[in-house]
Design a protein around this ligand. Sequence first.
Ligand SMILES: Nc1ncnc2c1ncn2[C@@H]1O[C@H](COP(=O)(O)OP(=O)(O)O)[C@@H](O)[C@H]1O
Ligand SMILES: [Mg+2]
Length: 235
Amino acid sequence: MNTTLVINAKGGVGKTTITTNLASYFAANGVATAIMDYDPQGSSLHWLKQRPPEVPTIHGANGAQSQTTGLRSMGKYVPPTTEQLILDAPGGPSRLLLQEILGRTSSIVIPVAPSVIDIQATANFIKELLLVGGIRHRNIRVAVVANRVRSSTTVYEPLERFVSSLGLSFLARILDSEVYVEAAETGVGIFEMDSEDSVEQCREFMPIIDWIRGIEPVAAPKTSNVIPLKQSTAS
Ligand SMILES: Nc1ncnc2c1ncn2[C@@H]1O[C@H](COP(=O)(O)OP(=O)(O)O)[C@@H](O)[C@H]1O
Ligand SMILES: [Mg+2]
């Protein structure tokens, strides 16, 4: 089982969006896929409930602590046949929870929103992950994804420099697009939409998929020429 954690100290930066689209890509390509939602808000599990019957099944597991009892859910089971497990983290996890989650993670994807404040907070979070999380010691790969980018954004450049100075990967710039909102609302991923409208989103997402499969980025994030499996077979 390959386990990918999608995390940032902040909420609203795209953790669930990245989680659900990664999971639906693998599921749409016949890979046994599960999501473990550690966020008490349960957005990934809610998305799973919305999935139409004709799209491939993704197993949902609940890793969140109950807000009323403090107890962990009974729904933490992940089928042993799972090949890709995606962990959707809560914003600002406790150190204890972080240690637990890191114990089962092989790769970490960190989405960052395009504001100076978010970028600063993320830089601090990455430093803490490296120090407290023992990332290097545990041999966990870490990569950053810029999310909700508007085409003129240059605000990421200092973050890109920071990320590469630590030897981490800057994988992709995900544009701000209604396509992600529509997918989130209908329980599908961008790779499962028939619409011509999602071609660009699928293309910009591929470097994240490739990296999870073990391929390190060789070119600038914008220039991926990998065509998603679903599209190449459909055309
Ligand atoms: N690239 C994007 N383009 C447009 N809307 C986005 C994008 N990424 C996330 N969103 C929207 O922003 C909101 C917060 O994203 P979400 O993935 O739920 O963040 P988090 O899980 O980190 O709290 C959601 O309504 C989501 O649909
Ligand atoms: Mg979320």
